[in-house]
Design a protein around this ligand. Structure first.
Ligand SMILES: [Zn+2]
Length: 261
């Protein structure tokens, strides 16, 4: 029996934690049943009774939300139990950066209170795969899956503008138009991040999109193609988010001279 007004427990990941007052936390959550919500966890920083596992990032929690007051956007977080712990990823700065990048993308791109269980599954799939070691291929696979899940699938098999399957001479990759753009349509691709379409990059991204995420690091790829794929997908993500991502700066700093690792 749940207390009056409480909802059934649902799996969730924490997207952001913001301390409030002396003992409360406001958490941005992505939940399986309700999508992205903000909730206040009263006393979370003082007592561990209701939140024995703590309200940590990089873990799947089973959370119990209380109903909101009328007119408020803030839910109450009444309880949380640890379901699936990925906090070990934080031991490696690159793993932490990649795992946090996924959370930032969900925070920025998931519409509020729109249930999308597939999105939660993609995050957990990425975290599981990262346990075997960070790899840029995992980020590319996650980005492609996320875009598709959000209805903005990156177009790689045809022209994103006219649908032609023959891309022809002068084809470009245009993040704002959704992916590959054929030579005939390319004249109108003048926005940020437009680059000549590299056939090897296109083939690589298609290969990554076609396999289960955990298999993506096994796809053979030359360093310049890997970097081209990274730049193309970062163009897409930056276009969708509309501003630079903080975890990306962190990852870049950690990588230092190992750009694209
Ligand atoms: Zn076209």
């Amino acid at each position: 029996m749940t207390e009056a007004g409480a909802l059934a427990p649902t799996d969730a990941v924490i997207l952001r934690r913001t301390p409030v007052g002396e003992s409360d936390l406001i958490v941005a959550l992505f939940t399986r049943d309700h999508g992205r919500v903000s909730a206040v966890a009263r006393g979370a920083r003082r007592s561990r009774k209701r939140f024995p596992a703590g309200l940590e990032m990089l873990a799947v929690l089973s959370v119990t939300l209380g109903r909101r007051r009328r007119g408020s956007e803030l839910w109450s977080l009444d309880g949380a139990e640890l379901v699936d712990d990925h906090r070990g990823l934080a031991l490696d700065p690159i793993g932490l950066g990649h795992a946090s990048y996924a959370l930032e993308l969900v925070r920025e791109l998931a519409p509020p209170e729109a249930p999308d269980p597939g999105l939660l599954d993609h995050v957990v799939e990425l975290w599981r795969a990262l346990a075997a070691g960070p790899s840029p291929a995992l980020l590319r696979g996650f980005e492609l899956a996320l875009c598709a899940e959000l209805g903005s699938a990156v177009v790689l098999d045809a022209c994103a503008a006219c649908g032609a399957h023959q891309l022809g001479v002068g084809a470009v990759f245009d993040p704002a138009r959704g992916g590959a753009v054929c030579g005939a349509c390319a004249a109108r691709s003048t926005g940020l991040g437009v680059r000549p379409l590299d056939e090897d990059v296109r083939a690589y991204l298609r290969a990554v999109a076609a396999v289960p995420l955990a298999a993506a690091p096994q796809i053979a790829v030359e360093a310049d193609v890997r970097l081209g794929a990274r730049d193309a997908m970062l163009g897409v993500i930056t276009h969708l988010v509309g501003h630079p991502l903080t975890t990306l700066e962190f990852v870049t700093q950690v990588h230092g001279g190992l750009a694209g690792r």
